[in-house]
Design a protein around this ligand. Structure first.
Ligand SMILES: *[C@@H]1O[C@H](CO)[C@@H](O)[C@H](O)[C@H]1NC(C)=O
Ligand SMILES: *[C@@H]1O[C@H](CO)[C@@H](O)[C@H](O)[C@H]1NC(C)=O
Ligand SMILES: *[C@@H]1O[C@H](CO)[C@@H](O)[C@H](O)[C@H]1NC(C)=O
Ligand SMILES: *[C@@H]1O[C@H](CO)[C@@H](O)[C@H](O)[C@H]1NC(C)=O
Ligand SMILES: *[C@@H]1O[C@H](CO)[C@@H](O)[C@H](O)[C@H]1NC(C)=O
Length: 356
């Protein structure tokens, strides 16, 4: 991976006198050698699979990047984008965009892999009607075995999968007023299914497969709002800790059973976010790290809501902070670009370690 970075940098430097020719040459080199990134999971990784009715396609989502709503559940870049930049490639095309793109112009986009993640989904079905992770993996399998978009050989050389599970399975459980005593059982079912998913993806030829830990769900603004965003809820955070502990064991056991070393890896977003909260908490700036940038004007409104009766595009039912680049969270559930960038910086050493 690192070699690939250096090669393309050298190519660009040598290319100055004959820019046009070199762009062509670089394009061809890339098509052969580009690492491919395949992404599965939820809104923490989705870069535009939802249709235009989703909040991710409404103002003010996307104001930082790309400058308008474009399907990300944030003001700007999310972890998928940082992961792609780590691999030296463009952010992979969302599956639904790829399917809607004409065949002849598709291949340029497909060379960097594909993003199958849908906001609101989980390992199991959630309260949001969208493809669960198993269905997403099925779609990926079809691109190899039926549509022949990718060959196993392509993948075995240089490919990376990112799985994001940020907690929709748990949110669904909470919405159904599930009994807290039964939570460990749910976690065990989730982890067993995740193990199977990780194995399936590697079995399809992907050489490195990384999964994020559950974030500190007790610190999400939607939970922390109950105490004015001052503090995390420890009940929820310990559920996340238990999940992550089980996940570590499952991934270790998968690696033990795989002949090649270091195939499966964990990206510890839980610890990265906690470290960031600690850093900005009481830093004197007066900024509370758990308070999101974009907030509904009342508890029945969320970021992006407009009053349809207001006419003329509707009156905004939300307020946006002055400087999103100071916020950890964008809305009640999702990190801001600033938060994702901080997480990425913290996780970079783990990513380098995975590449060995
Ligand atoms: C995922 O969704 C499919 C289609 O709705 C369903 O058949 C399958 O049981 C679900 N998988 C899991 C693990 O819940
Ligand atoms: C895969 O890697 C091998 C050796 O590392 C190389 O010879 C081959 O050309 C590569 N194939 C593709 C499709 O990139
Ligand atoms: C944390 O969340 C649980 C479950 O929703 C709730 O019962 C508890 O009161 C919350 N704790 C605090 C300190 O708000
Ligand atoms: C993995 O293998 C190591 C070394 O053989 C062993 O100590 C460890 O208990 C194994 N872990 C699991 C979860 O199987
Ligand atoms: C912020 O600091 C206060 C006081 O030390 C502490 O009670 C609280 O748990 C901290 N919040 C976070 C999110 O770390």
């Amino acid at each position: 991976m690192e070699k690939y970075h250096q090669a393309s940098a050298t190519l660009l430097l040598q290319c100055f006198p004959t820019v046009l020719f070199c762009f062509l040459a670089a394009g061809i080199a890339k098509a052969d050698a580009a690492t491919k990134l395949f992404v599965f999971g939820d809104s923490y990784a989705d870069t535009g699979n939802w249709g235009r009715s989703a909040s991710s396609w409404k103002e003010p989502y996307g104001i930082t990047f790309p400058g308008k709503p474009a399907g990300r559940f944030s003001d700007g870049r999310i972890f998928t984008d940082y992961m792609a930049s780590f691999l030296g490639i463009e952010s992979p095309i969302p599956y639904t965009t790829a399917m809607a793109t004409a065949q002849d112009s598709r291949s340029r986009h497909l060379q960097y892999g594909m993003n199958f993640a849908y906001g609101g989904t989980g390992v199991f079905d959630t309260f949001i009607p969208a493809p669960n992770m198993s269905v997403q993996i099925n779609l990926f399998e079809k691109t190899i075995e039926e549509q022949k978009v990718y060959t196993k050989q392509d993948l075995l050389n240089s490919s990376f999968a990112l799985l994001s599970i940020a907690g929709n399975d748990y949110l669904t459980y909470a919405n159904k007023k599930g009994n807290p005593q039964e939570l460990p059982g749910l976690t065990q079912r989730i982890i067993a299914q995740l193990s199977e998913n990780l194995n399936l993806i590697h079995g399809l030829g992907v050489s490195k497969v990384a999964i994020t830990t559950l974030p500190p769900i007790g610190c999400l603004p939607v939970v922390a709002a109950a105490n004015s965003y001052r503090d995390c809820n420890e009940t929820w955070n310990s559920a996340a800790k238990y999940h992550n502990q089980q996940l570590h064991q499952a991934v270790e056991s998968l690696n033990n059973r795989t002949s090649r070393s270091n195939v499966f890896g964990i990206l510890d977003t839980f610890s990265a976010l906690m470290a960031e909260f600690k850093k900005s908490n009481g830093s004197g700036s007066g900024d509370n790290p758990l308070k999101p940038c974009c907030i509904g004007v009342s508890s029945d409104h969320s970021c992006g809501d407009v009053d349809e009766k207001g006419g003329n595009g509707g009156a905004k039912k939300y307020v946006v902070c002055n400087n999103p680049s100071l916020s950890m969270f964008w809305d009640m559930l999702h990190p801001a670009q600033n938060g994702w960038q901080a997480v990425y910086q913290t996780l970079k050493p783990s990513l380098h370690e995975m590449m060995i």
